[in-house]
Design a protein around this ligand. Sequence first.
Ligand SMILES: [Zn+2]
Length: 312
Amino acid sequence: MTQRCNRFRFLLSLSAVVLVLLAVCTPAQAAAKLIVVTTTQDLAALAQEIGGDRIAVDAIARGYQDPHFVEAKPSFLLKLRKADLLIVVGLQLEISWLPPLITQCGNPRIQIGAPGYLDASQFAEILEIPTAPVTRAMGDVHPFGNPHYWLDPRNGVIMARRVAQELKAAAPGETATFEQNLKLFENDLSARRKRWEEQMAPLRGTEIVTYHKEWEYLMRWLGLSIIGYVEDKPGIPPSPKHLEELVQTMRQRKVKALIASNYTNPNVPRSIAEKTGAKLLVLPTSVGGEETIRSYSELFDAIVGKLVNALK
Ligand SMILES: [Zn+2]
């Protein structure tokens, strides 16, 4: 009886040890990593800077895609289903593809208004917030202000701070790591920002034309002057009359460069560049826009490098 009892106790304690080991080893470690999903690679890069190896981060849209129009795939639902935290650009940048994915993924943690849903535009400085009622006639894609705000590194710092705040709330045990990573990121970005500003200083005041209304943040920061757009209304193809007027203006003012993003169909901008003598400059707008752009800083390294080369 005692022997049987002892064996039973031994088995019981053995299974307890196994349970503890299981709990301490792989599953607990996997569960401890906060799963962060972002709509764009810029947000993923920022989250990675702060979260380091304490988070698992994945972006939905690729940096070489137009973030306004992303083709939804079933794999996006799988990503969203597992997420502890979803970070979005907001200001309706993702309106054409994200809302159905959020409702269909069946993950209560990341629904709009839930603690795991973060709109990164909340504290960034936003340009072109409409003061009059918004109508469709004003264009299709920027109804609550210009959503391309990550293209100013000063907004990048604000976004990173907000992400850090959110990560700390979700994983309070990692607060010190997140704060240290944020500090490192801020210091590095600030040193780089000084260099980018110095490189661009001789080009301040240069007049340019852009395709989509997505370079306002970048050009305001760097002091270049946007005097016209190929798309006169964001997200709507330009009329022949508008293009004719734009070509005339560009010729008169001897505009040196026409800037388009790397996901824009180059046919129209190329023909305008040919007619006006302006240089067509294709720039990445996001991390992942080119293979070599893997971090938020590398995005501005690439943009500033190309601007300086084309306009010097
Ligand atoms: Zn846009």
